[in-house]
Design a protein around this ligand. Structure first.
Ligand code: COS
Length: 385
């Protein structure tokens, strides 16, 4: 389908595709097997300016929109969802600074992030706070000119590898969601260490760790926005990032279709390629139709965001929900089309299916996305009365 991308968007797509083919595809199986963080690939992506696509030019980025960024995410995800998780989570960690940072904070952090000199991570989740974002226990207590942070964050993508962390902590428990605040914390700050590194089912090229804060003192200038705005910072950050998770879903689904059709064309059964059987043709047709529908929704939401839409909560949740459920279905069907071969590690669809599962879980489970969508529909219907 023709999405009428601009010349520049096509250039970004081709550049990301080239890096995916030349740098990622040859090593993706090894990254997966050894749980290895892809430093050299992130460096190559940074050299190609892919890390600064969505960062304004005044901070050293390319100053492009969400669609340009999602096109790059899609291409990287087609090759390896583990690498694309590192890439997309870098943006997730940057959004609190981009959306709410002071001009000093932006000047201090964004140029290094845009150039890929510094990686970023977002720290919201804890042992007892995942879907329930306001259930966090980590605290930040103001003492003179410093905040003292205590607590443990769990399952943080880019944890340990990132240099800059945007985190949410409680500054006034009595105020509920209005008592949370957002902070930026730098790696190397005394009292800030890393705990357990997770051994995951998929996206094994990405790094997922605990962040441990033990009387970690940070200057009060590291507060992002105002005290008490942490929950809003977190929600707006997730609103901005979720459609990008949808783009990851589109990418891995397309990657799986491409592998399945390549295989099916040369797989002979009953004396003919299995692509000559309608059972296989129909599966491939459904897989591509669903993926195209997901891509259309993700691009439409990106164009809404780039057009300046104010409330992107519902559309972002819809893009994430539909494209990631599609990714799970399509990668599973790709394994089915390839039969026994699809189940084997010699072919990449086995990894794609394992990788895809996380998309239905992270950055808000797809059950939470349905809550966000449903509650917003009801709110709108109530307003209309
Ligand atoms: N944008 C701006 N404000 C928002 C918002 C959004 N998208 N969503 C909620 N808020 C505001 C509400 O308007 C409310 O403000 P008031 O106190 O002025 O009324 C406040 O935030 C609390 O909202 P609510 O009562 O709806 O909060 P809940 O605790 O019920 O949580 C959900 C709402 C479930 C949507 C939220 O907790 C969520 O998104 N959870 C998933 C988090 C997640 O993605 N975790 C994965 C790990 S992070 S990578």
């Amino acid at each position: 389908m023709d999405y009428f991308l601009t010349e520049e968007q096509l250039m970004i797509r081709d550049l990301a595709r080239q890096i995916a083919q030349e740098k990622i595809v040859p090593v993706r199986q090894e990254l997966d097997e050894h749980n290895r963080f892809p430093h050299e690939i992130i460096k190559a992506m940074a050299q190609a300016d892919l890390l600064g696509i969505y960062i304004p030019e005044e901070y050293g980025g390319l100053g492009k929109g969400s669609l340009d960024f999602y096109i790059a995410i899609e291409e990287i995800s087609k090759a390896c969802l583990g690498v694309s998780t590192t890439y997309a989570a870098n943006a997730l960690g940057s959004y609190p600074l981009l959306l709410f940072g002071s001009s000093e904070q932006k000047k201090k952090y964004l140029p290094d992030i845009a150039a890929g000199r510094k990686l970023v991570a977002f720290g919201l989740t804890e042992a007892n706070a995942g879907s329930d974002a306001s259930g966090i226990q980590t605290t930040a207590r103001l003492e003179g000119s410093e905040y003292v942070v205590n607590g443990t964050k769990q399952w943080i993508t880019n944890g340990g590898e990132a240099d800059v962390y945007t985190i949410i902590a409680i500054t006034d428990r009595a105020k509920g969601p209005r008592g949370a605040s957002a902070f930026v914390v730098e790696k190397g700050t005394p009292g800030f260490t890393f705990g357990k590194k997770e051994n995951k089912m998929g996206i094994r090229a990405s790094c997922t760790t605990e962040l441990i804060f033990n009387d970690c003192r940070i200057p009060k200038e590291n507060l992002i926005a105002k005290q008490g705005m942490g929950f809003i910072v977190a929600m707006k950050t997730l609103d901005s990032s979720r459609a990008g998770v949808g783009a990851q879903g589109v990418g891995v689904a397309q990657g799986a279709i491409d592998e399945a059709i390549k295989f099916a064309k040369q797989r002979i059964q009953f004396g003919q390629p299995v692509t000559s059987f309608q059972a296989v043709q129909h599966m491939l047709a459904d897989m591509q139709t669903m993926t195209e529908a997901a891509r259309s929704l993700v691009y439409a939401v990106a164009r809404m965001i780039d057009g300046g839409a104010k409330d992107i909560s519902r559309p972002s949740a819809m893009a994430k929900l539909f494209a990631t459920d599609t990714a799970m279905k399509v990668t599973t069907d790709a394994v089915q089309v390839m039969g026994g071969s699809g189940y084997m590690k010699e072919y990449p669809v086995e990894k794609m299916m394992r990788d895809a599962k996380i998309l239905q879980i992270y950055e808000g489970t797809n059950q939470i996305q349905r809550n966000v969508i449903g509650l917003d529909m009801i709110k709108e219907a109530t307003r209309a009365k």
